[in-house]
Design a protein around this ligand. Sequence first.
Ligand SMILES: [Zn+2]
Length: 408
Amino acid sequence: MNRIVIEDIRVIANRLECRYTVSGQWEKYFKATNTFFAEYSKDLDTVPQSVAIIPFLCNILPVVWIFDGEVILEDIDKDFLLSIDEFKQGFANMYPELSFEGRITPKKVTENGQETSHKSAMFFSGGVDAFSTLISHIDEKPALITLWGADISFEDQAGWKMVDQYIGGVAVNNNLDYVSIKTSFRRFLDEAALSEYVIKKTGNNWWYGFQHGIGVIGHAAPIAYQNNLKTIYIASSFTKEDRSTCASDPSIDNFVRFCGSQVVHDGFEYSRQDKVNRISDYVKRTDAPLQLRVCWESEGGSNCCHCEKCHLTILCLLAGQNDPRKYGFDYKDEDLADMMKDFRREIHFSHPSCMVLYQIIQNELRKNYKMKQVNKGLRWYYKMNLKKELSTQRRMFYRLIRKIKTIR
Ligand SMILES: [Zn+2]
């Protein structure tokens, strides 16, 4: 029998810490730490145990479901407990090849409903998705939340400092609250072993396909309680056209509730091109310059201008008649042609869900420019027959070429 017993959950000032024991065959998927912690940049002094446990629970639930485990704990928030089966269904629909079992056995269920409020918060990274959500809800003055320990490791202190300063700056410029959270959520599970287990059945790795959406969201519960928040936004990365199996999905996120707050998966109706256009419209309307941070390749939080994510965003900005250099992309005029040449190679290796977006960007480019007006480095894209170019045959051909080159 797979079982996890929450021995102790403690909140001291701004830090919550959970100690647990794991037993059963699934033990090998847990590291020997037996502790989970999250350190917030703001006090959590009013947060009860029934809420403080939510960040940890959100990160073990997918494991519990897949390995039919039982969680034994003292006290749980009623809203959250009732919402579990609803967002579990989102996972079950996404992965019909797996069975989602498991159970939560609390000694006590506590209702933490709060007085009516209109306050909100949102997860914010500084990317296109996050800025688009911020713009949609800027009148609500949402608090910005970011996690240290997701894409930036604890060891990369310099990288974190840059990100922290950058998001702190966005908060100050927009007169918003900012909460950063140092969390061990990627340090207590054996991600590689879990990936090995699920990838054979679903084609997805553990982090991307199972943990990262819900695991991130859970961290908002203590903030929601402490500040009496009504809504927590998490920005969508996909639209219904290019939706792929990923743990951050409206069919999961929109069903998560805790202590009187509701999670909203925001911006699913917009393509990346729409989002970039909304951002540039906002900048023009408010005359408030804005620096995007889309890149995970470069250290220190700047955009490298050489990875696919950077290329794609630069292309969206150019297609919408904007100068990417005003949005945090630092490159020279003469470099653009080479950057786009690299991009031309990359598109044959990108995830099939990107195809829809490439078509949308091309439509935008053709809508806004005549061929002659387009920068020479972009004309190939303007002209390209995307369907043909991105056909399975062509993609296989490029894969083969790459393989041969690597062997050499
Ligand atoms: Zn980059």
